[in-house]
Design a protein around this ligand. Structure first.
Ligand code: NAP
Length: 285
């Protein structure tokens, strides 16, 4: 290191970096979550379940969350049966009042939270924007935006007071390419992207906050989609198809682990290239 490099490195608190022996380093170390506690909301199916499985496989203790106690317990039992560490805990993330007690219970039971994945989300269909009721609007905002804000606020502050952590918001490509069929949802997810950047600033430098923007994935959220419209849209995607749930986990594991130690306030797109060919702000056909 020359004297200028030394001067520059003295500007900052030293950062713990893995020892560089010159030998090849096993990539798995970068993604290891051993000893960490990860909350994954909406983990009983779809993208959340895929993320929970991968986090368990990487050594984390996973708190499996959805509205349904039975489903949470069932998934947690499956993960334990597969050799992972997992507990189930029901919570409606759109109910502000439930979140304090939920967070208190996780800290009572597990002692810490290192990773929070705000994955639970809903995208109800509607005929036209005029048919969107206040109830539907409020529900969409509550689950996709209000809940992630409150959970991040409660847990982020505890992470800052403790050992730091990583918060991951599961947004949607709809935030960047809103179409006529998902206007309230797209607005909520765009808010979630803004929240991501604002909370990265709030909780840095010890807590990182990032988002993933998935394109269309074939989970249960897709059950109400028009297959012809999906086929028509995906035909123009660079990868020519919708995603499968396991294809989200690489980005989630990257953001949860030390592999992303210099990544915060980022919104990572995992969409098969959809954003470059999707309508949104133009004629959706
Ligand atoms: N699939 C896609 O094409 C796609 C595209 C872009 C973004 N996303 C986003 O990715 C995330 C996961 O989507 P997905 O496709 O995996 O959805 P999914 O298959 O419908 O699963 C949703 C999960 O969230 C839970 N959930 C729903 N409402 C909840 C609430 N109020 N409180 C707690 N848990 C709740 C569900 O369980 P219960 O119903 O039992 O509560 C379930 O575990 C969502 O945020 C979604 O917006 C998905």
């Amino acid at each position: 290191m020359n004297s200028r490099q030394e001067e520059l490195s003295n500007l900052y608190e030293p950062v713990q970096m893995p020892a560089d022996s010159g030998a090849p380093r096993p990539a798995g170390d970068l993604f290891d979550l051993s000893g960490r506690v990860a909350i994954v909301t909406g983990a009983t199916r779809g993208l959340g379940l895929a993320i929970a499985r991968t986090f368990c496989g990487a050594g984390a203790q996973v708190v499996v969350v959805s509205r349904k106690e039975d489903a949470c317990q069932e998934v947690a039992a499956e993960l334990r049966a597969g050799g992972g560490q997992a507990v189930g805990l029901a919570c409606h993330v759109g109910h502000w009042d439930e979140l304090d007690a939920f967070v208190a219970k996780v800290y009572d039971d597990s002692g810490r939270v290192d990773v929070l994945v705000n994955n639970a989300g809903i995208s109800p269909v509607y005929e036209s924007v005029g048919d969107v009721s206040e109830e539907l609007w409020d529900k969409v905002i509550a689950v996709n935006l209000k809940g992630p804000f409150r959970l991040s606020a409660l847990i982020g502050e505890r992470m800052v007071a403790g050992d730091g952590g990583s918060i991951i918001n599961v947004s949607s490509i709809g935030a960047a390419r809103p179409t006529r069929d998902i206007v309230p949802y797209a607005a909520a997810k765009a808010g979630l992207n803004a929240l991501t950047v604002g909370l990265a600033d709030t909780f840095g430098p010890t807590v990182r906050v990032n988002a993933i923007m998935p394109g269309p994935f074939l989970t249960s959220i897709a059950r109400d989609w028009d297959p012809d419209l999906l086929a028509e849209r995906t035909r123009t995607f660079p990868l020519r198809r919708a995603g499968e749930a396991p294809e989200i986990v690489g980005a989630a594991l990257y953001l949860a682990s030390d592999a992303s130690s210099f990544t915060t306030g980022s919104v990572i797109t995992v969409d098969g290239g959809a954003q470059w060919s999707m309508p949104g702000g133009g004629d959706a056909g």
